[in-house]
Design a protein around this ligand. Structure first.
Ligand code: HSE
Length: 441
């Protein structure tokens, strides 16, 4: 059979939401896809625990079984698409598929963020492709952009809204004045949340995606364990409101920056100026800003989840496999964008050493000299104030709230200043601190 007429035979591991979307997109756009790749891409086998549901989707067009391990051993399959999620069985299946010289396409961010280093080493040894566009930001081709489109650049930083669930929750909190807990249930009902919502709301899902983007932006191994992760569960409605009064929006951002000391890798709620395009990414949508030294800041926006948006990325990966399966490893885009021997073990900076501007909110006894004490502590710590706002106490109350925005400082300086502020007799309770990014240069 000539190269042009060879059918690429795909085995799907899992035909749930994304698997179903992948099957439908491949079927619906088959003609257009073949025009682009010069080869037909066909799902020939499906393994899913729910055989009946799988059969209803494929409608006799592929063989269905519940034996995922048999699928990765099957000599009649060229590419395995892993869509079952999790990192235990998925890892075993992917490594078995690779050992059997099958190319792999996966949407599994946790698998790549935690075990990508081992998986890519195995793939290289077996001369197979492992493609993972769908693992980050669903339908947005951010892996393609980082690995190829921006290949001329030295990437300086990435900042992304890469979890739709939390972006939906933050949008609802801001627009409707609701508390975090009231919106979480709605996000779950709408099906945005991960099986375990902790992964979304505590920033773990975003950290998986950020880990992958940083690895290919800077040419370093996956370092998920060293990512700093802080979710949105403790965010108060009033901070979202005060931020807005000061011209900012609060977003859960995945931020990665390279400087001379190493790489910052952090996920946390962040104030960003409302005039930035990315500040206006609302609902469950995703967006990633990438700053390259040549191109400047670039913005990628789209659906970060959902059956067909994610399938769009899976199918694009399958098309890359179709084009490159007969090429050598050297002719393909490297797994981590950089040639394996040039991947560098860059240090990840501990959170104490990152540099950021800050939003601080504190409750104070409304009496003379309190503000002077607070500003003196900041001044002594060499922390410059950018803006300040005092919320007057309600009638019959003697406590006021002060909100301060600072210029950039090192996190450990801010920690020391916050501890000193909290020790003042006039400060009531804890200081609320939210990091702030300008995202302008
Ligand atoms: N739970 C994820 C999100 C789904 O909310 O963005 C896509 O990874």
């Amino acid at each position: 059979m000539s190269k042009d007429s060879k059918v690429v035979r795909v085995g799907l591991l899992g035909i749930g939401t994304v698997g179903g979307g992948t099957f439908n997109v491949l079927t619906r756009n088959a003609e257009e896809i073949t025009r682009r790749t010069g080869r037909q891409i066909k799902v020939t086998h499906v393994a899913d625990r729910n055989v009946q549901a799988a059969q209803a989707i494929v409608n006799g067009k592929a063989q269905v079984s519940d034996d995922a391990f048999a699928l990765v051993e099957n000599p009649d399959i060229d590419v395995v698409v892993e869509l079952i999620g999790g990192y235990t069985i998925a890892k075993e299946l992917v490594l078995k598929a690779i050992a059997n010289k099958k190319h792999v396409v996966t949407a599994n961010k946790a698998l790549i963020a935690l075990h990508g280093n081992e998986i890519f080493a195995a793939a290289k040894a077996n001369n197979v492709i492992v493609a993972y566009e769908a693992a980050v930001a669903g339908g947005i081709p951010i892996i393609k952009a980082l690995r190829e489109g921006l290949g001329a650049n030295k990437i300086e930083w990435i900042a992304g809204i890469i979890n739709g669930t939390t972006n939906f929750i933050l949008t609802e909190m801001r627009e409707k004045g609701l508390a975090f807990a009231d919106v979480l249930g709605e996000a779950q009902r709408l099906g945005y949340a991960e099986a375990d919502p902790t992964f979304d709301v505590e920033g773990i899902d975003a950290a998986h995606k950020l880990t992958i983007m940083s690895a290919i932006a800077f040419g370093m191994p996956m370092k998920f364990e060293q990512a700093y992760t802080e979710g949105i569960t403790k965010l108060e409605q009033k901070d979202i409101k005060y931020a807005e009064e000061l011209g900012y929006r609060v977003k859960l951002l995945g931020i990665s920056k390279r400087n001379q000391k190493g790489v910052e890798l952090r996920v946390h709620p962040t104030l960003i100026p409302e005039k930035r395009l990315v500040a206006n990414v609302n609902g469950a949508m995703n967006a990633v800003v990438v700053k390259g030294d040549a191109v400047g800041p670039t913005l990628y926006y789209g659906a970060g989840a959902g059956a067909e948006p994610t399938a769009s990325a899976v199918v694009a990966d399958l098309m890359d496999v179709a084009r490159l399966m007969d090429a050598t490893t050297e002719q393909r885009v490297p797994y981590l964008a950089f040639q394996p021997e040039h991947v560098q073990d860059l240090p990840i900076l501990p959170i104490d050493d990152i540099e950021s501007a800050y939003y601080l909110r504190m409750r104070v006894s409304d009496k003379p000299g309190v503000l002077a004490d607070v500003t003196k502590i900041l001044g002594d710590g060499n922390i410059s104030i950018d803006a300040m706002m005092q919320k007057e106490p309600d009638e019959n109350e003697t406590e006021a709230e002060i909100v301060i925005l600072t210029h950039i400082t090192v996190e450990k300086n801010m920690n020391a200043a916050i501890a000193a502020i909290e020790a003042l007799a006039a400060i009531i309770g804890k200081v609320t601190r939210i990091r702030m990014e300008e995202l302008s240069k």
